[in-house]
Every structure is written in C-alpha cells, then in structure tokens.
Design a protein around this ligand. Structure first.
Ligand SMILES: Nc1ncnc2c1ncn2[C@@H]1O[C@H](COP(=O)(O)OP(=O)(O)OP(=O)(O)O)[C@@H](O)[C@H]1O
Ligand SMILES: [Mg+2]
Length: 112
C-alpha cells in the first residue's frame, strides 16, 4: 500500500476529489495548510491577488491506496490539479505499512 500526500491549489479540490472518486478511491483526508516552494511564496497569485506573505494557502490531501491503484491516483491528481503555473503543488508517495478499519478490525487492502 501507498500513502499519497498531495499539496494542491485550493480551487482545484473539488475537481481532484471528483476525479479520484471516479478512479476508484474510497476515502481521503483533506486539510487546509500553508506552505512555500521554490519561489518562497512571493510571486504566487491567490484569489486574484498576489500573495505578499511567504506562506501561500494550499490543500493537503492524504489518500491511502493499494499498490495497484497508486499509479492511477498519481496520474489523476497530476492531470486534474495542473494549471501550468507556479504553485501547482507536489505529490509525495510513501510506503504504507498497515491500515485498520476500526469498526470491523479489517486490515490492509480490505480496510481501504
Ligand atoms: N520540498 C517540499 N517539501 C514539503 N512541501 C513542499 C515542498 N515543496 C513544495 N511544498 C509544498 O507544496 C506547495 C506548492 O509548491 P510549489 O508547487 O510552489 O513547488 P515548486 O517547487 O515551487 O514548483 P513551481 O516552480 O511549479 O511553483 C508549497 O506551498 C508547499 O506547501
Ligand atoms: Mg512554487
């Protein structure tokens, strides 16, 4: 299993979520975060205004997926979150050791 962490532009969340559902993703976690990349946040436009602080609002999505589904998830996020301008975000992929569905005690792929 893999844990995919995606940092994306906030206005892309709905489109990315819908595309991930269509790709077979059963669940995900979303957080509002702030961060910066290579431009240190100085030159990014957010909601029509150039952002003057060094931290730009982003959305962080965490998705636990089977190894089989992981490539499709990465592709889907890349396709839907991309605008071609700076600050489009990043994907981090981690090996995921264990998953448990609390209600049933199911483990790993069965718990996704
Ligand atoms: N090395 C990193 N580690 C952790 N988070 C990062 C890293 N790089 C970027 N991020 C997160 O991703 C967000 C978007 O990064 P961004 O897309 O601006 O990266 P970039 O490397 O500057 O690429 P680009 O040149 O396309 O803007 C940042 O605001 C930050 O939250
Ligand atoms: Mg950047």
């Amino acid at each position: 299993m893999k844990l995919v962490i995606a940092i994306i532009k906030p206005f892309k969340l709905e489109e990315v979520r819908d595309a991930l559902s269509a790709a077979g993703v059963q669940g995900l976690t979303v957080s509002e975060v702030k961060g910066f990349g290579r431009q240190k946040g100085h030159t990014e436009i957010y909601r029509g205004a150039e952002y003057t602080t060094s931290m730009v609002p982003k959305i962080r999505i965490e998705i636990a997926v089977s190894d089989d589904l992981a490539p499709r998830v990465l592709e889907t996020i890349q396709e839907t979150a991309k605008t071609g301008t700076i600050g489009d975000g990043k994907l981090f992929v981690l090996d995921l050791e264990q998953v448990v569905r609390i209600r049933t005690g199911e483990a790993n792929d069965a718990a996704l």
